[in-house]
Design a protein around this ligand. Structure first.
Ligand code: S5P
Length: 264
């Protein structure tokens, strides 16, 4: 089915090019799953992408947690991700002033050269979005910023007032792809969706098909409920990469997320 039909108003009001790219991939794959590829070795990462590539729409990385990282192996990994028709999302959670964030897009990891999406906190003010966009422009590429409007971890300091301000400022900026919301609390997510409206994505970590919470204060909710409450993409880490059968797990998350979207 056409992306415009499936996504409705989210498609017609999208204000960031990368958002349409994502909605199209999601339709090709029939999956709203972003894999949080939190494995510490390059071999583990390659193994994962080979097993689950066809069932996910985006690949979320933490480039700085890989033990045996090299520029060459990372370039091959990104090229495998592109071959698997995936958007690459570096979850760097930038938070510095605009000019420094721009420089941090370069450096050893050169995030600007291979990422389609990055995360940022708006704690330093809206210039961070211009800084990150300038980073992509420096290498002639385009990308989208996901602002953290909520977090899934218990005791986090992103209170409702902060969330409201992040959404109000983020909505006005074309460089903002969307917001990170808390997938473990569907009621909070529905409120977030009401504030965000139709023009921006909401992507949600903190989802898992098994009951119970994760380690070190991570909280989990149900993927179908998250999508029904307004999430456009479920970010799943351990539910897939720690599963004994990552391929079947990825298929299950894909089908749950897709059924959530079609019901919505
Ligand atoms: O609030 C947040 C925001 C993010 S981006 N909570 C999160 O857990 N994340 C990320 O989502 C986190 O960095 C990790 O990569 C992933 C969740 O992994 P899981 O193993 O708990 O599914």
């Amino acid at each position: 089915m056409e992306a415009a039909t499936i996504w409705g108003e989210r498609w017609s009001s999208a204000s960031n090019n990368m958002a349409k790219a994502y909605m199209e991939v999601a339709c090709r794959k029939q999956s709203l799953v972003c894999l949080a590829a939190d494995r510490s070795t390059m071999a583990g990462l390659f193994e994962l992408i080979e097993a689950v590539g066809p069932y996910i729409a985006a690949l979320k990385t933490h480039v700085d947690l890989v033990d045996d990282w090299t520029p060459g192996s990372w370039a091959s990994f990104c090229s495998a991700a592109k071959d698997a028709d995936l958007l690459i999302f570096e979850d760097r959670k930038f938070a510095d002033i605009g000019g420094i964030s721009r420089k941090q897009m370069a450096g050893v990891y050169n995030i600007r050269a291979w990422s389609d999406l990055v995360t940022a906190h708006l704690i330093s003010g809206p210039d961070i979005v211009d800084g990150l966009q300038a980073g992509w422009e420096d290498v002639g590429r385009e990308g989208g910023v996901l602002l953290l409007a909520q977090m899934s971890s218990r005791g986090n300091l992103l209170d409702p007032k902060y969330t409201t301000e992040v959404v109000a400022k983020g909505k006005q900026h074309d460089g903002v792809f969307g917001f990170i919301g808390n997938g473990s609390r569907p009621e909070e997510l529905a409120t977030l969706r009401a504030a965000v409206g139709e023009s921006k994505m909401i992507w949600t970590p903190g989802v898992n098909l098994s009951v119970g919470d994760g380690e070190m204060g991570q909280r989990y909710g149900d993927p179908v409920e998250a999508v029904m409450a307004g999430s456009d993409c479920i970010i799943v880490g351990s539910g897939i990469h720690k599963s004994e059968d990552p391929e079947s797990a990825a298929k299950a998350y894909a089908s749950a997320s897709w059924s959530g979207l079609t019901q919505r």
